[in-house]
Design a protein around this ligand. Structure first.
Ligand SMILES: [Zn+2]
Length: 275
């Protein structure tokens, strides 16, 4: 892998130019080290997740593209949705559980899907410009992204797949550190089914980018890069958990080793349909 091309935008945001027209926008000083992604096509641009909203992200996006930008959420958790209302054009996955949250023309994230109360943040109601169905290909001009359903971490979670480049933006489905399968709405059976679907979708040399990072040993922050091997380890781990063959490293929540850089957390409700 070539050396990451990273720079600080200001004292909050880091920009990682991953590939031509693909930027990771990281927030290393936020306690969850969130990574949002900007994909720039010839005609339009798409920002996938908008951070916790501690700092306005739109100046970073505007510094990287002059194309019209649509903001799309991977899921509703507060640490990914904070600046969503700052974008003139917004999109959500066209899922019944999301459509159900429209009232009087505005989208209101239900607290059980937003989880902002635990951090003292509240949802800003907003209009939704576009509803993109699962499997839809979003054409940015010379760049096409597919909407892929990846429930498990949460029921409404989606990923974005660039088939031509073999790049998956996996958001909270797969990243470095502890995967949250223990929170309300998480499901290990869903996690396994989605991992199996990705397994048939992704090429062998796929690059998978996650939404939470860890600093490198030298303290540098780069967009979290994962590989197909990590997805395979997740599948192996989930199968073993289902079959009762992988004891947790610790309990409350149950913490399972996936590989040397990924673990999976699970709570009592996460196992539904398996137990
Ligand atoms: Zn999340």
């Amino acid at each position: 892998m070539t050396k990451p091309n990273i720079r600080w935008f200001d004292d909050w945001y880091v920009v990682d130019e991953i590939a031509p027209g693909l930027y990771g926008i990281g927030e290393p000083k936020y306690y969850q080290i969130n990574w949002n992604y900007l994909i720039v096509g010839d005609e339009r641009a798409l920002v996938f997740d908008t951070g916790p909203g501690v700092r306005d992200i739109t100046p970073v996006v505007q510094s990287l593209t002059d194309r019209p930008v649509t903001a799309l959420l991977s899921h509703l958790h507060f640490d990914h949705t904070g600046n969503f209302h700052r974008f003139a054009d917004t999109a959500l996955a066209d899922l019944p559980i999301l459509r159900d949250s429209m009232r009087d023309g505005l989208f209101h994230a239900p607290e059980e899907m937003f989880l902002g109360a635990r951090d003292g943040v509240s949802w800003t109601p907003m209009a939704i410009g576009q509803w993109w169905s699962i499997g839809q290909r979003v054409d940015l001009g010379g760049k096409e992204l597919e909407i892929v359903a990846t429930p498990g971490h949460s029921p409404e979670s989606i990923s974005l797949f660039d088939r031509e480049q073999g790049i998956l933006l996996a958001a909270d489905f797969l990243y470095l550190g502890n995967l949250y399968g223990q929170i309300p709405g998480a499901s290990l059976p869903d996690y396994l089914a989605a991992a199996e679907a990705l397994d048939s979708l992704l090429p062998d040399d796929a690059l998978i980018l996650g939404a939470h990072g860890k600093p490198l040993p030298d303290g540098t922050h780069v967009a979290p890069r994962l590989a197909r091997r990590d997805l395979e380890d997740l599948m192996t781990g989930l199968n073993a958990i289902r079959d009762g063959e992988l004891p947790p490293l610790s309990q409350n929540p149950d913490r399972y080793r996936i590989n040397d850089r990924i673990a999976l957390l699970a709570g009592p409700a996460s196992y539904d349909m398996w137990r």
